[in-house]
Unconditional design. Structure first.
Length: 317
């Protein structure tokens, strides 16, 4: 077998399914193939690719060759060497095939033994659950591949920040891809993936952008009078920004108070007095004989929080 295969030209050993059979001698010079056609390369025991090679070695120096995909309709094949017949057929996805070859010379015709295969011309399909938009925490993307033909061979993936990496990490289905971001920073990574089946049909590369925002807003402030003042109290604020992250979310001004009796007593809990104030300052009407403190809570769109405070204490007698 090894010596016979060695006679096949390189062009017939290229990509695609190689189907071959070895010759037995039946009579002195009649071409004969005594074994069944066998599949290798981009083929399995049940499937061949949508474009594949057929080859068969015969004894008896054949003058012409033919092949069949259905066991009855014969098509011309090439005589690629003195004893090797070959062809480069194609097939439609899902077609049930009966594969065989035969060779003829002046002394007669020799025919191999047919085998059955199914044509698989479709690549697998891969789905993902990558979330859209900015996320506040690390993300696990689950990739799920399916193939109704020859079956999944590998699901490949990679991730980078430039959307250029070649998926080369091989796994099965499902595959979980962990995308992580550093504390206090913005992360944008591309998960790139494709699947390949057992006869080497491959998808084009899929790309999903994963965005992780662990960076809180910056640049805000809150100011108000320090010491004795009157109601209403003017409270000024600066929103700041969220940079290039998920964007500004909810903004809340909160107030805490204490009893004023010569000095300020213990302050109670902060409570909201204004949510998403339209403009600065706001005017806060308060009771007398009280001490007041204010703070400004600014969240971005995914919940990262910055709290702006002031050491000032406003006293209303």
């Amino acid at each position: 077998m090894t010596k016979l295969l060695g006679k096949l030209s390189a062009s017939y050993l290229a990509a695609g399914a190689l189907l071959f059979c070895t010759a037995g001698v039946v009579g002195a010079a009649t071409p004969a193939a005594s074994s069944a056609v066998q599949a290798s390369n981009n083929a399995t025991a049940t499937h061949v690719d949508g474009s594949f090679n057929l080859a068969c070695s015969f004894s008896g120096a054949p003058d012409s060759c033919e092949y069949t995909l259905d066991g009855s309709n014969w098509q011309p094949a090439a005589l690629s060497s003195a004893t090797v017949c070959s062809a480069l057929p194609s097939c439609a996805d899902g077609t049930a095939l009966t594969l065989n070859m035969r060779a003829t010379n002046a002394d007669g015709t020799g025919t191999g033994s047919a085998i059955s295969r199914t044509c698989d011309a479709q690549a697998p399909t891969t789905t993902d659950n990558a979330p859209a938009g900015w996320q506040s925490n690390d993300v696990t993307v689950t990739l799920t591949a399916s193939d109704a033909g020859s079956g999944l061979q590998y699901l490949f993936n990679c991730q980078d920040t430039a959307n250029t990496c070649t998926p080369n990490m091989a796994g099965g289905s499902p595959t979980n891809v962990s995308v992580t971001g550093s504390a206090g920073s913005l992360t944008q990574k591309y998960v790139r993936f494709l699947s390949r089946d057992n006869v080497y049909n491959s998808e084009t590369v899929h790309t999903k952008l994963v965005q992780i925002d662990k960076q809180a807003p910056t640049g805000g402030s809150i100011t108000y009078p320090n010491g004795n003042t009157k109601s209403p109290i003017s409270v000024s604020f600066v929103n700041g920004s969220d940079g290039s992250g998920s964007g500004m979310g909810t903004r809340v001004i909160e107030r805490a108070e204490a009893t004023l009796s010569g000095n300020c007593g213990a302050f109670g809990a902060f409570g909201a007095i204004s949510t998403n104030p339209a403009s600065s300052p706001i005017s806060d009407s308060v009771a007398t004989k009280k001490c007041y403190q204010y703070r400004y809570l600014v969240q971005d769109a995914v919940g990262n929080l910055t709290t702006y405070t002031s050491p000032n204490i406003a006293k209303v007698k």
